[in-house]
Ligand binder design. Structure first.
Ligand SMILES: N[C@@H](CCC(=O)N[C@@H](CS)C(=O)NCC(=O)O)C(=O)O
Length: 212
């Protein structure tokens, strides 16, 4: 890690920002949070795109290194801190399955419904109807895995949890009742019991206040 604390640029309601921020906090990493107003398009400004041409959040600046994808940030922090990472190639493949799962079933599922409900007043309903079956299938898959696994990959908490947990944690905004998937709630609780876990949005809001 560089001498200057890494800078996390992101947005307090962004689930990808939550993933990176939790990894920083739960590995005990020093960092500063720089909020950017995604809801008003600040992530498409020339200044931000000079840092991150993909025009999305988060971005982590660690010394000379600029990391522009959430999973890259998580991998980097796992390697830097020796926490929540993988021991060999097989373990890293195990973890990567869950990165794919999150893209396939949560980005195109629970996170989509949450976004529409939280930021677009629940409309268009047709889009929610389109994504709902994929969300339900994703929760079924997750529940099935967790019935006989304590953690997603490697038999211990890894960066797979940091990708998947923040996206499932927002289930109350996605018109589901998580108790319908009996193995998921206990896994949410297990992750939330790990040292340093905080409710991510409240934590970022608090950091914004403390830095203001
Ligand atoms: N592939 C990127 C995706 C990041 C992403 O989609 N971030 C959302 C917020 S959670 C965003 O920036 N949305 C703004 C937009 O799509 O314009 C990553 O994994 O970091």
């Amino acid at each position: 890690m560089s001498a200057v604390a890494p800078r996390l640029i992101g947005q307090k309601q962004s689930l990808n920002t939550h993933k990176a921020a939790l990894m920083l906090v739960m590995t005990g990493s020093d960092f500063t949070f720089e909020p950017i107003d995604v809801l008003n398009g600040a992530h498409k400004s020339a200044d931000y795109e000079a840092l991150n041409p993909f025009g999305r959040v988060p971005t982590l600046i660690a010394g000379d290194l600029i990391l522009r994808q959430t999973t890259t940030i998580l991998r980097h922090l796992a390697q830097q801190t020796g926490q929540y990472g993988w021991a060999d190639d097989l373990e890293s493949y195990d973890i990567e399955n869950w990165f794919g799962f999150a893209t396939d079933y949560l980005s195109a599922g629970l996170a989509r419904l949450r976004f529409i409900n939280r930021f677009l007043n629940g409309e268009p309903v047709a889009i929610k109807d389109h994504y709902r079956p994929n969300m339900l299938r994703g929760l079924d898959l997750l529940d099935r895995h967790l019935r006989d696994h304590e953690w997603l990959a490697c038999g211990r908490p890894t960066i797979a949890e940091f990708v998947v947990h923040p996206m499932v944690f927002v289930w109350p905004d996605a018109e589901v009742e998580i108790a319908d998937w009996p193995a998921i709630g206990p896994w949410l609780d297990r992750f939330q019991a790990l040292p340093g876990w905080r409710e991510p949005e409240a934590m970022l809001l608090e950091m914004m206040g403390a830095q203001a």
